[in-house]
Design a protein around this ligand. Structure first.
Ligand code: FE
Ligand code: FE
Length: 166
């Protein structure tokens, strides 16, 4: 793999490194977000996604082995910014419902970043003929999509907008 010169191979490797950095940043951030959530349902959703994210990192390890590449050495600056914005929600608001609503929004931005990044990497893996890798990336993509939908449902059900309006 290291000897391959296909520029798309190099691009895919960069994308995988970016995702590896992003996922590891998310693993660090999710416990803090779970702690910051007042709704027990939202807290559980963050905790469950933390477990799922660990499995997604395992999947990236598998892919790294298949491509005989190192996943470290790149920092996902996009994710760094999104996580920073999530922190601001907790620092700048005091109302519990507003914080929960803000945390859901911050988490959905993270999921949308991941959906875009996994979708792109999956397509590039397909173009390169890496069917098994494309399938692994699609599995994670499906999980991120399901998480995003779940967060939308929580935004509508969990947050007490009436109290927030009172
Ligand atoms: Fe993820
Ligand atoms: Fe995710």
């Amino acid at each position: 793999m290291a000897e391959e010169t296909n520029p798309l191979d190099e691009l895919l490797q960069d994308e995988l490194k970016d995702l590896y950095s992003a996922e590891n940043q998310i693993i660090k951030a999710l416990p803090r977000m779970a702690k910051g959530a007042s709704s027990p349902e939202l807290r559980r959703a963050f905790e469950r996604h933390l477990e799922e994210t660990r499995r997604q990192v395992d999947r990236l390890h598998q892919i790294g082995e298949m491509l005989e590449m190192k996943l470290t050495g790149k920092k996902c600056k996009g994710m760094e910014g999104l996580i920073e914005e999530g922190k601001e929600v907790m620092q700048e608001l005091d109302d519990e419902d507003a914080i929960d609503a803000g945390l859901i929004g911050a988490a959905q931005k993270v999921e949308h970043y991941e959906i875009a990044a996994y979708g792109t990497a999956r397509t590039h893996a397909e173009m390169l003929g890496y069917t098994r890798i494309a399938r692994l990336l699609q599995q994670t993509l499906n999980e991120e999509g399901a998480t995003d939908k779940k967060l939308t449902a929580l935004a509508e059900s969990v947050v007490n907008y009436e109290a927030a309006n009172a």
